[in-house]
Design a protein around this ligand. Structure first.
Ligand code: SAM
Length: 477
């Protein structure tokens, strides 16, 4: 069945992949691939209004919409038009057998009038509601808890360069709501009320989107190898998944800011089941015993890619250069010893992450992680993403963070088993990274690319002149 899918006008690249992932989650393996999309006539691809065909019945559609963060409403579309006359004609033509079951005398209902890109007065809203006399509503109005919610949604040509995607023509939709995101959980989980926070704690909305991409749900085990304050795992636990995390910084996983302010207390705060375990582990030197593999259903993380905080790996510079050999920490210093670390390049970190995921994810398991990209002066970005023979990239969702760089949420599915051959290949690359440590650090230095002064054009103006950019920049929200 085709539905009208009205999205919240934010995180534009994340909208369709979220619906597809949730269809896979509730519809079973392969269901996500069967989702089809169309744009309503005259709508720009960034418009909040999309038409979507979902497999299964309305219950599946409701589950998808209710679990999402970005679906403002999923509607059975009864009609549409560019004028109210056209809308009436279209609703009248919609089959009675589809309409009448929702208009019975026993039912309760409420009509909502919404607009996108324009505001209308409450008087205009009432006039629009009163114009719907051609729909035989027989039920009682219930404003608080109606069984059926009907929506008139209007969008118009509201002019250009106002930060909204262009609209070619006025469109009015009329539909019955099938489901909608429950964004009430965002104020509950917002970072400003979180007990234990760090500078790179993942914002709640994004953490939930990541958990949705990772298909987090009861019975699944989700691992975050860069757990920090645990924000991503909190979101996965909210959806019922079991969680496990690791971080190279022992102070993060063991101590936090005290007994009542740490990763564990972040779970207690929301009455969520605690992580199965938090490890002090280096992504570059994973602690798994030989032969252990395929235990996680999803690995979801925000690797340290070096713009705000760089990655670290065990060893220290002297150790890596071979100036110093391995040493044993004296017994009396073991409790408080912080092992020395060296900078960890983005390239090596991502290589290790893919290798870890290839080994530790179950077949069909998902790897969801952020990857940074630099943007050109024209706003273009290089979309060469990391690859691995065990993984298929199913979507990349860009979030533009500044004129210079974006982060892209990559979702990969494990499609091939982790073999001896792949293991050997990874070990060889690992050696290469160790031997060319400095080269990789220099090449992966995103921090300097992002923070170096902008180059000037011939006229002396910065090439990244904000005023020269159109106000509407698509994914920039
Ligand atoms: C971007 S932060 C993740 C923040 C986390 N998502 C949160 O919500 O708090 C990256 C984390 O990776 C950790 N880290 C850096 N290098 C690491 C490594 N080699 N192995 C494991 N963790 C590492 C840092 O200590 C930091 O906590």
């Amino acid at each position: 069945m085709w539905y009208l899918c009205a999205f919240y006008h934010r995180l534009l690249d994340y909208r369709r992949p979220e619906v597809e992932s949730l269809t896979e989650l509730f519809g079973g393996p392969g269901a996500g691939d069967t989702v089809e999309w169309r744009m309503p006539e005259n709508h720009h691809e960034d418009s909040p209004f999309h038409l979507v065909r979902l497999p299964g019945d309305e219950r599946l559609a409701a589950q998808v919409a209710n679990r999402s963060l970005l679906v403002k409403g999923l509607y059975e579309l009864w009609g549409q038009g560019t004028t109210y006359e056209e809308l009436e004609k279209s609703v009248r033509e919609y089959p009675d057998e589809r309409k009448l079951p929702y208009l019975t005398p026993e039912s309760t209902f409420k009509i909502f009038v919404e607009t996108f890109g324009k505001a209308i007065s409450s008087q205009e809203q009432n006039e629009i509601m009163n114009s719907l006399t051609y729909i035989p509503f027989m039920g009682r109005v219930n404003l608080k808890n109606p069984e059926n919610k009907f929506f008139v949604i209007e969008t118009d040509d509201y002019g250009s360069n106002n930060g909204l995607p262009p609209v070619m023509k006025r469109t009015i939709f009329f539909g019955r709501e099938v489901g909608a995101a429950d964004r009430h959980l965002l104020p509950i989980y917002q970072l400003k009320s979180r007990k234990y926070l760090g500078p790179t704690a993942m914002d709640a909305e994004m953490a939930f989107l990541m958990a949705n991409q990772g298909l987090a749900r009861p019975g699944k085990l989700v691992y975050d190898p860069f757990v920090g304050t645990g924000s991503i795992l909190v979101a996965a636990a909210h959806f019922g998944a079991m969680t496990m995390g690791a971080d190279i910084d022992i102070r993060v996983v063991r101590d936090g800011r005290g007994p009542d302010c740490n990763v564990w207390s972040n779970f207690e705060q929301y009455k969520l089941p605690a992580p199965l375990s938090l490890l002090r582990a280096d992504n570059n030197l994973p602690p798994w015993r030989p032969g252990l593999k395929e235990i996680f259903d999803a690995i979801i993380c925000d690797p340290p890619y070096g713009v705000r905080a760089g990655g670290r790996k065990s060893g220290g510079r002297k150790l890596l250069k071979g100036v110093k050999g391995p040493y044993t920490v004296p017994e009396e210093k073991r409790d408080n010893h912080i092992p020395s670390t060296a900078a960890y390049s983005l390239a090596e970190c991502v290589h290790d992450l893919l290798h870890l995921a290839a080994r530790m994810l179950v077949m069909g398991g998902r790897l969801v992680f952020f990857y940074p990209i630099l943007r050109g002066e024209d706003g273009s970005s290089n979309t060469q993403f990391p690859e691995h023979p065990c993984f298929k990239l199913i979507c990349s969702c860009e979030q533009i963070l500044s004129l210079r760089y974006s982060r892209v949420l990559l979702t990969m599915v494990k499609v091939a088993p982790y073999t001896e051959e792949i293991k050997k290949m990874a070990e060889e690359q690992h050696r290469d990274f160790r031997e060319n440590h400095q080269k990789w650090l220099d090449e992966g230095n995103l921090h300097s690319a992002v923070f170096s002064p902008a180059e000037s054009a011939a006229d002396g103006k910065s090439k990244f002149d904000r005023d020269s950019k159109p106000k509407y920049r698509g994914k920039y929200v």
